[in-house]
Design a protein around this ligand. Structure first.
Ligand SMILES: [Fe+2]
Length: 317
């Protein structure tokens, strides 16, 4: 007999206005073939639609990102998902704050609210299903029992397939202005920060420790996309696969302190990164997380290799 699955309501913090998900992103690169190769090898399901590449994860219907062609790598926009009955209040909030509403970019069919953030980055708030997790992401570490072989043979090791987009890290000229804008306008909350150098923000309706983060730079730009995987093994297998395909630069394996996730960053062909991430901290809708100002040398990473010299270089500036 087939079990009938009931509709489970997404988690929601009652009475407060805030977006619930990082819905998707868009950016441009000079060569879509290069982009298709990189993200396919990374483990995403890459398709072509009109003049765009679409980035999906396998066995998940959501499109997490689109990539178009442009003269150089440039971040385009970030789209956040909101509950339908919150849209009117978002409109009113933008109007009250004097934030100018814009038309959607050419060729995009959207009934969302478009505007620019404190740094001029294009932002959309739209009605969308909650794609941020409603509970802590599943993480596994399987220890073999006595008499059993624990590690798979190389020839039997499955490819790493990320499960979902976890977060995006953006460069900004002013981290405190980014915090102010994204908390006051979009209703995000600060999870942790390190002086004026970096800040991590989460959604109030239940999300990972961060769905967007900001690092200080001389210009706006994009640093990395983070993709959730289920184990440290999957991180290592993904990194090895990328190495075998010529994507040798990056940083990892390591563990962050702020967010607690295990990571390996693979440098993409444009100097930014895609991160394999596992076991990031989760902040439920019922939790009032205590933000802290954490010294960088105590909070950047718990362990891992030395940080590459240009790891936080903004190649979009
Ligand atoms: Fe990250």
């Amino acid at each position: 007999m087939t079990a009938i699955q009931g509709f489970i309501k997404p988690s929601r913090r009652p009475g407060e206005l805030g977006i619930h998900s990082l819905d998707h992103f868009h950016f441009a690169v000079p060569d879509l073939v290069t982009a298709k190769n990189f993200y396919s090898e990374f483990g995403l399901n890459v398709s072509e639609r009109d003049d765009l590449l679409t980035l999906n994860t396998f066995e998940h219907p959501h499109t997490w990102g689109t990539i178009g062609e442009g003269p150089r790598k440039k971040f385009g926009y970030v789209s956040f998902g909101a509950f339908e009955d919150d849209m009117e209040r978002f409109s009113e909030r933008l109007q009250a704050m004097g934030i100018k509403r814009l038309d959607p970019p050419q060729g995009i069919d959207s009934n969302g609210i478009w505007f620019r953030d404190h740094d001029g980055v294009l932002v959309e708030i739209k009605v969308a299903a909650k794609s941020s997790p409603d509970e802590k992401t599943h993480f596994s570490f399987k220890s073999s029992t006595p008499g059993e072989r624990g590690a798979p043979f190389r020839s039997k090791t499955p490819r790493t397939r990320p499960r979902r987009l976890a977060h995006v890290l953006m460069f900004t000229r002013d981290v405190s202005k980014a915090i102010e804008f994204y908390t006051r306008v979009l209703g995000l909350r600060i999870s942790d920060h390190s002086g004026d150098n970096i800040a991590f923000l989460h959604g109030i309706h239940g999300s990972d420790h961060h769905m967007i983060a900001f690092a200080r730079s001389e210009a706006s730009g994009h640093h990395h996309f983070s993709w959730d995987v289920g184990s440290v093994d999957e991180i290592g297998i993904g990194a090895m696969h990328m190495l075998s395909k010529g994507y040798a630069n990056g940083w990892g394996l390591g563990r962050h302190v702020l967010g607690s996730n295990y990571f390996h960053y693979v440098r993409d062909p444009w100097g930014s990164y895609s991160e394999y991430s596992a076991d990031i901290d989760y902040i439920p809708a019922t939790c009032d997380w205590q933000d802290g100002d954490q010294p960088a040398d105590d909070s950047f990473y718990a362990w891992g290799p030395n940080v590459p010299e240009d790891f936080v270089h903004n190649y979009e500036s």
